[in-house]
Design a protein around this ligand. Structure first.
Ligand SMILES: *[C@@H]1O[C@H](CO)[C@@H](O)[C@H](O)[C@H]1NC(C)=O
Ligand SMILES: [Cu+2]
Length: 225
């Protein structure tokens, strides 16, 4: 009887998790080296749930991600390819963006209150009146070659705009990296988070199901070396 009850309990827990289920970027890779789940990524405390507030500090590195005290910083070289990997393929339509912010000291102590610059956007492509979004598990890009050596937060954000009229959802994770072999660039434009996204941003209010022909990803323009 005990076994049967445990099975029932396990099944209903599974169902509950599916109902509230979203996704979370929980794994980091450097080149072909894949690290354990949450190794070099700040552990959030909201499972796979999104952040909904445009004014919360949780927009920086997710709920529970204000401190990196329990996160090991990873040595990377400027130009290195890295990957954020989600627990399952991202399935809410919307853009995926990458940001960085240089820590004033050790990144383990940094709360992300400084300047952020954007290094990449994955937006929709439009073909024959149809938009298609780059929804998948892995998002790979390179550490910019020209940024200065030092410790950074490296942040991924999936902005889910699949329910026009409802509050868009931010799925966020931050990795901690120590860049070497970089240059002298002062990346711009920079923004603060929160502050970078406004309720009036066209890319935030877009109705992807109605006459959807173009799209501007929220946030600053992408910094390139
Ligand atoms: C970052 O890299 C530099 C250069 O290799 C090293 O001296 C420093 O200790 C590293 N910092 C961390 C936190 O690993
Ligand atoms: Cu969801």
């Amino acid at each position: 009887m005990k076994t049967a009850l445990s099975v029932v309990a396990a099944l209903s827990l599974g169902a509950a998790q599916m109902v509230s289920g979203h996704y979370i970027f929980q794994q980091f890779a450097l080149g072909s080296t894949k690290f354990a789940v949450y190794d070099h990524i700040r552990k959030n405390t909201n499972n796979n749930s999104p952040v909904l507030s445009l004014t919360s500090n949780d927009l920086r590195c997710n709920v529970g991600g204000a401190s990196g005290a329990n996160t090991a910083t990873l040595d990377v070289k400027a130009g290195d390819p890295f990957t954020f990997k989600a627990d399952q393929a991202v399935y809410h339509q919307g853009p995926i963006s990458l940001y960085m912010s240089k820590a004033p000291g050790a990144v383990t102590d940094y709360d992300g209150s400084g300047d952020w610059f954007k290094i990449y956007d994955w937006g929709p492509s439009f073909t024959g009146g149809q938009a298609s979004w780059p929804l998948r598990t892995d998002y790979t890009y390179n550490i910019p070659k020209c940024i200065q050596n030092g410790e950074y937060l490296l942040r991924i954000q999936s902005l889910a705009i699949h329910n026009p009229g409802s509050t868009p959802q931010f799925y966020i994770s931050c990795a901690q990296v120590n860049v070497t072999g970089g240059g002298n660039a002062n990346p711009s434009p920079t923004v603060k988070i929160p502050g970078a996204f406004k309720a009036t941003d066209p890319g935030y209010t877009a109705n992807i199901y109605n006459n959807f022909k173009s799209y501007t990803v929220p946030g600053p323009s992408v910094f390139t070396c």
